[in-house]
Design a protein around this ligand. Sequence first.
Ligand code: NAI
Ligand code: PHE
Ligand code: K
Length: 346
Amino acid sequence: MIETLLWDGEMTCVRHDERTGASFVIALHSTALGPAAGGTRAMTYPSVDEAVADARRLARAMSLKMAAADLPMGGGKSVIMLPGPRAELSDRQWRDILSIHARNLELLNGSYWTGPDVGTGSEDMDVLARTTRFAFGRSVEAGGPGSSAEATAQGVFSAIRASVREAGESGLEGLRVLVQGLGAVGSRVATLVAEAGGRLLVTDVDEGRCEPHTVAGATVVSAEAVTRTECDVFVPCATGGVIDVDIAATLPARVVAGAANNILATDGAERTLHDRGIIVAPDFVANGGGALHLVGREVLGWSESDVMARTVLIEKALDEVFASARKRRITPLQAATAGAAERIQA
Ligand code: NAI
Ligand code: PHE
Ligand code: K
């Protein structure tokens, strides 16, 4: 009981729907800088406890992301714990689930705004937006700003450039860059890396996604061997929790910079990487392009070129994080977290 209550965030809402078999978790980590915002993740979980823990971790990351990007929003996240894999749900079932989620958002009445995340996309935001005001990221056809993947990929690329420089390299030319997950974000990052002269290594559980990159000269690595594969830059763009303390102790890379939320399974993993001299770009800074796109377009009235102009500044923001970490003899994650926390508390 006490453990359930122990969290540094503001509120967690949980709902189970008997008819669809779906459970809903909405975690509001912080509303200090504005309404809590963060995507809706829809997937299966082994238990409700794990869904709650995931929503809370992800909501916390959103608070830090918004503060780091200097956006006037707090941090939140929704998890829809599905009764079975998304691909096995009927359209009808999924629509029913989304309509309950839209009611959840209306109940919260603007304290929390959602957007796409793993398992949801613009078309789902279109569905939500029919019955709630509180969904970012509708499709362009429905009058929204569309997918945030392009901005996220650009920001991750900017983060890679800053991190590589921090590792003592002048650029990406000739460096081995391993991209894990070639979805909406990872495939774009891979293309940007190849254009910049990086030697691309790619992996995806869906092997078909590697093909366009191998045609352009990339080497395919098995998904299972990814954290044992020697490279200069490891770019996680699949799921979170890919580096635990054991992997951190052996990861044969010099830089870690990617799009996934919560790349590190624990903060201890960053300390281990740091002690080995590996440069880690804090994920909530590196992947802020998506938030800049959604909040910029939906709340701040920015054009897409405004979004891009802000997104490339992630490179400079990371330069400052690395400089501050060096000066204060702390890790980049500690420096970035302290900077974001300062903004939230101010
Ligand atoms: P996506 O669903 O389009 O792509 C994920 C890819 O990873 C898929 O191709 C999937 O097959 C692959 N994958 C899954 N597990 C894998 C594994 N174990 N090994 C190798 N490949 C695996 O997702 P998207 O939009 O590209 O996002 C990627 C990551 O970045 C996610 O963790 C997401 O939360 C994060 N992110 C995305 C943002 C966005 O704007 N789309 C913004 C901020 C973070
Ligand atoms: N889910 C994405 C992220 O983690 C995009 C998003 C940003 C969704 C902000 C809602 C609000 O950054
Ligand atoms: K998605």
